[in-house]
Design a protein around this ligand. Structure first.
Ligand code: 13P
Ligand code: SF4
Length: 329
């Protein structure tokens, strides 16, 4: 039997749901019971009855499932780290707050919002301060809700997402440490970014616009604001999929997000908005063999502690508050 059949057989035998983000390799993606963007995966994994969630994605995604459903066993075939999520920890969070305080803004005048691409510990910090989580599909709504408090938003860790949504909402944004005026801003962004989405540039957009007169450009909001400004559509992975699937077949589109997902979108008239192959290195790490080994370890009751997601009780308490505030909105 080949690896794919072995995996299917083990899935049938076990009380398991296999979950995969859109950026996973095709061979892993095809076997998943649930696929989706970060928001959909957090919601759907929580709703399953399975005791075991085998999550093919990056660490913060598995952690979000564990925080929302601590009673489930969450196992990741590769606990791959999102480079952006690693740009912030509790220490950097506090350090940034201090810089903001030094600019004359008190904590009680700040409402923190963390992009879901952050650790459970950072989510807990945000939850403790009365804040919420957001994803790329609901950031507009969450920021809008946050502004109802009359406070400034402290947006972590993705400066691009913060700046892009602030612009869409006609708000002023600033970035901690880049010399912009914090006191004047409605949205104060932490200076983190996604190294994969930084690869798309305005030059790439010009290249495709010069090559194909009527081409459309669709990008993820983790791209630089200059790229989002020059695009025709900006959306989360799910929103990009819907937008592109509704285009007429002959409409050309160049897409600024991860390569595995773009290559599955349409067979024709779809281009990656880059001269390189922008794969998310960590998402790309999970192989069929990792999935097989993980399922086998569940069957044999010897799951490696390196693969299982554990979040301590206090972190679960506050990170859950931040995630639930998002789900309620
Ligand atoms: P989505 O929530 O749009 O799936 O994005 C997750 C991500 O990490 C994109 O880089
Ligand atoms: Fe993180 Fe970027 Fe990979 Fe998304 S594409 S998981 S933001 S490193």
């Amino acid at each position: 039997m080949n690896l794919k059949d072995e995996i299917l057989k083990l899935k049938e035998e076990l009380d398991v749901t296999l979950v995969a983000h859109y950026y996973q390799r095709d061979e892993v993606f095809e076997l998943a019971d649930i696929v989706g963007d970060s928001l959909e995966l957090a919601k759907k994994a929580k709703q399953t009855d399975s005791q075991y969630i085998v999550f093919c994605g990056v660490g913060f995604m598995g952690e979000s499932v564990k925080v929302l459903s601590p009673e489930k066993t969450v196992v990741m075939p590769k606990v791959a780290c999102c480079a952006m999520a690693r740009m912030i920890d509790e220490g950097y969070y506090e350090q940034n707050l201090k810089i903001i305080n030094d600019a004359g803004i008190k904590n009680e005048d700040l409402l923190p919002i963390t992009y879901i691409n952050s650790s459970a510990k950072v989510k807990a910090k945000v939850g403790e301060m009365g804040g919420m989580v957001c994803t790329s599909s609901n950031a507009y709504k969450i920021i809008e809700k946050g502004l109802e408090t009359g406070k400034k938003i402290f947006f972590v860790p993705d400066r691009c997402l913060g700046q892009n949504f602030a612009k869409q909402m006609n708000l002023k944004s600033a970035v901690v440490g880049d010399g912009t005026n914090l006191a004047d801003a409605d949205v104060i962004c932490y200076n983190g970014f996604c190294s994969v989405h930084q690869q798309f540039s305005v030059d790439d957009i010009e290249f495709y616009r010069n090559k194909y007169e009527d081409i459309l450009i669709a990008v993820h909001p983790e791209c630089d604001p200059s790229v989002c400004d020059a695009a025709d559509f900006v959306g989360s992975t799910s929103q990009l999929i819907t937008y592109i699937s509704e285009l007429p077949k002959e409409q050309k589109v160049a897409v600024g997000t991860e390569f595995n997902m773009v290559s599955r979108l349409r067979t024709e008239n779809t281009y990656i908005l880059s001269s390189t192959k922008p794969e998310c290195p960590t998402m790309n790490e999970t192989t069929l063999l990792d999935v097989y080994d993980t399922l086998l370890s569940i069957k044999n009751n010897n799951i490696s502690p390196e693969r299982e997601i554990f979040v301590d009780e206090n972190t679960v308490k506050y990170a859950k508050i931040a995630l639930q505030r998002m789900l309620e909105v």
